[in-house]
Design a protein around this ligand. Structure first.
Ligand code: INI
Length: 168
């Protein structure tokens, strides 16, 4: 896959862009069991996309957690392992299913961001936050694509950009 170029046409501007080659990458996925009708599909989308982009299946680690709220602490622990290059968090927080939607979704987002910044490795937010089960199904391999596969593309590009920044 080639990445669309954006930005300056000035010749001396240094532009850093990622590539989509993920061969040799070692990736962990943290997947919430809550709403597993959805998260099973996100996980299938993510693992298929990783392999399609060149990640060997024995370089993929999957850790299941009870729900999206628990994703950040496990993501941080995985990101701190030297043999993991980056982490994808998958989950489904559905407003109709809970009165504490805002707490679970908000804290999962904040914690995942923090896990990435504190570990220095990309930790990708692949948590669906929807009003209804139908909207979640649409985004888990239905008519709106698969957010798990999208999270893979995001991780691969971010890893590549970070490598390019380190080499710059
Ligand atoms: N966890 C989810 O991943 N999705 C949800 O929709 C959800 N709801 O509806 O409550 C949910 N709750 C559990 C939460 O993630 C924790 O596991 C729980 O609060 C214990 O810390």
């Amino acid at each position: 896959m080639s990445l669309k170029r954006h930005g300056s046409s000035l010749k001396r501007v240094k532009t850093i862009t990622g590539s989509m080659d993920a061969s040799g990458r070692r990736v962990a996925i943290v997947c919430g069991r809550f709403n597993d009708l959805i998260t099973d599909r996100l996980l299938a989308g993510a693992t298929e996309a990783l392999v399609r982009h060149g990640v060997a299946d024995d370089n993929i680690t999957v850790a299941w957690v009870p729900g999206a709220f628990e994703a950040p602490i496990v993501a941080k622990a995985l990101a701190d392992r030297p043999h993991i290059d980056g982490v994808i968090c998958l989950g489904a927080v559905i407003r109709g299913a809970t009165s504490h939607y805002d707490f679970v979704a908000g804290q999962a987002a904040a914690g995942i961001q923090r896990a990435g910044l504190d570990s220095g490795k990309p930790v990708i937010f692949g948590i669906l936050t929807t009003d209804t089960l139908e909207q979640a199904l649409d985004r888990a391999g239905g008519k709106a694509g698969n957010k798990g596969a999208e999270a893979v593309v995001t991780l691969i590009e971010t890893l590549s950009v970070l490598d390019a920044v380190s080499a710059s």
